[in-house]
Ligand binder design. Sequence first.
Ligand SMILES: [Zn+2]
Length: 471
Amino acid sequence: MRAHTQMLLTAAAMMLALPAVAANPNAPSPAQVAEAKALLGKGVGFNTAQGQRNTVAYANFLAEQFKAAGFAAEDITITPVDDTAIMTVRYRGKGGKRPMVVTGHMDVVAANPKDWTRDPFTMVEENGYLFGRGVEDNKFDVSMVAATLMRLKREGFKPDRDIYLMLSGDEENAGNTAPLQAKIAKAANAEFMLNSDGGGGELGEDGKPIGYGVQGAEKAYADFEVTFTNPGGHSSAPRPDNAINNVARGALAVAGYQFPVMSNEWTLGSFAAAGKTTPAPMGPAMLAFAANPNDAAAAAIIGADPMTVGQLRTTCVSTMVSGGHAPNALPQRAALNINCRIFPGTPVEEVRKKIADLVNSNRAPGAPEATVKAVGGWVAGDASPLRPDIMKAVTTAVQARYPGIAVVPSMSSGATDSVFYRALGIPSYGTAALFMKASDSFAHGLNERVPVDAIPGALQQWHEVITTLAK
Ligand SMILES: [Zn+2]
């Protein structure tokens, strides 16, 4: 995913000024812009969707570019994992500080050429846009970071610390590769991680910048399967402990329960920024909650809106149901999938126990207890600390592009690779350099696109952020 999940940001427009002034030392040359665009175009040409077995080829292509820019072969590692791969590129520093890591993912969501207006695996430039699967998510920022590291190598930049680029290969599906890379980052003693697939900037429909979010926390994802079993029998002889009825009672019990209100410095910072420009009653409630997270009246207003409730608490919702085996038989089994988005700091097991308690205490008298199990090995991580050095580096770089723009903390409701790094205690920050309009974002959908003029500013931003934080 790419986090255009910053719905709070859309309201965070602040005093916006003129386009960035020229002569910024981080600004790319026309040749560097052309190189980055070509990297992106070649990257889109590799169909790295699940099962296509093209990720190693894409990684090999990137490796050749890194070698041509002066990286030693021994500092580039491509490790096949199942039918995909991970790639690690090490930019050696002087070793004065612990390493930093920049991450992204090489894989894309599947795209069927029959459904697309243009071939999804040929980057096409049209009307100021670049079209193609992955051109936004996440090959844009992956290409911008890769081009920046190559440029820095050619410029002779010597960082104080090692910089690792770590690209995962199945972020959009199984998510098996990022945990491996997080372990590699941990073994390398990484101090922090910047995720090119999180955070980012938003343009208004008029093309003017609205705001930029640094993602420092995310909800953890978990599915729980609730299963009621029953001896069943003939449908002409109904019994009170009917398994389907119990699933229905369980679904309603979960729907009626509110997890406790929670907050962290990312959500409070986000509410404080969005509250300034959001109409009443939501805006004042956001400001009141940011000032006092124990304000129950403010929390009630925020929690009543589906667009903001996820920033307030763990949420669980019934998403799938199955059960029964014949129209004229009592069900012997009925099951419910409950999908939860867990607030940082809450263990997955604590949520599972709560669901088990809710469905079992609301089951019909005499019915056997439901089994409630987590489906898949989901991990949860704490929010990362809001580090002033990182916020300052990103804010300065973003405001060099768009003077006066608000750079605000954010917590995403969706999951990114960062969760695996945070789970190992590596503070992680979503700092994508892509700015676009919400109405232009078709990530995961048809005719995915990015504005072609997003490239120079993104290159400038990564150059500034990486040189500032690696120095
Ligand atoms: Zn993504």
